[in-house]
Design a protein around this ligand. Structure first.
Ligand SMILES: O=C(O)c1cc(=O)[nH]c(=O)n1[C@@H]1O[C@H](COP(=O)(O)O)[C@@H](O)[C@H]1O
Length: 237
């Protein structure tokens, strides 16, 4: 497991990002740049955060025809990001195209970013999956199916809820990344998430990375909240 919780930088202005990262000027973070930020500030904000010394998971959840995803990934690979994702529902051919695009776009001598695929979003309940996506198996079966497809397509891991991490690792291998959002310390607001777990529970079940947004970014003291969550995630009493 990675000892740093990934902080979801779900902000829309560069001022908010600057103010937030200034609070952490003495430590290097692993942050997630998602759609909200990237669609407004693009490659420039990625480069700026990287230059501050932070690792970046670029969460754009690509889902399109293989050729388009291949070309998009080729471009994203030049941004010096550490990890990026697609939707497993895009299929095996799309996932392989994403991987090939990343490899093709990574500058010689640089490391190819890790590529993971979303199984079922942590905001999706079993009931919604069955009635809206017309998937008639259980949520666990659907997640496991997508994890299996992702592994066979040659990707590095999946996005899932903490509750599915052990089952996925047992079915694939221990090095297969299970990145788990939907993390909520005891007592914090669940919001739109449906499949949530505490940082400690996520570690016990087998998450490789946890992603935490609002419990840190909306906290009265984000630095204290980050360190408390990091302690719980690392099993430090
Ligand atoms: O790919 C993701 O990062 C992701 C997948 C998923 O299934 N669920 C999920 O919440 N996320 C992201 O993880 C973050 C969770 O934020 P909080 O709910 O505020 O902790 C958000 O930025 C989501 O976009």
């Amino acid at each position: 497991m990675n000892d740093k919780p990934i902080v979801a930088l779900d902000f829309s202005t560069t001022k908010e990002i600057e103010d937030f990262l200034l609070l952490f000027k003495d430590e290097s973070l692993y942050v997630k740049v998602g759609m909200e930020l990237y669609y407004q500030h693009g490659a420039e904000i990625v480069k700026w955060i990287k230059d501050l010394g932070h690792e970046i998971f670029l969460d754009l959840k690509l889902h399109d025809i293989p050729n388009t995803v291949h070309r998009a990934m080729k471009g994203l690979a030049s941004l010096d990001i550490d990890m990026v994702n697609v939707h497993a529902a895009g299929g095996s051919e799309m996932m392989k195209a994403a991987k090939d695009g990343l490899i093709a776009g990574t500058p010689v001598g640089s490391t190819v970013p890790k590529l993971i695929a979303v199984t079922q979003l942590t905001s999706t309940s079993e009931e919604a999956m069955q009635s809206e996506q017309l998937i008639k198996v259980s949520l666990q079966e659907s997640v496991l199916h997508y994890a299996d497809l992702t592994c066979k397509s040659g990707l590095d891991g999946v996005v899932c809820s903490a509750w599915e991490a052990r089952m996925i690792k047992d079915h694939t291998n221990d090095d297969f990344i299970c990145l788990t959002p939907g993390i909520r310390p005891a007592g914090s607001a669940v919001g739109d998430q449906k499949r949530v777990a505490t940082p400690a529970r996520a570690r016990e079940i087998g998450s490789t990375f946890i992603v935490v947004g609002r419990p840190i970014t909306q906290a009265a003291d984000p630095v204290a909240a980050y360190h408390e969550i990091k302690k719980q995630w690392n099993g430090v009493e």
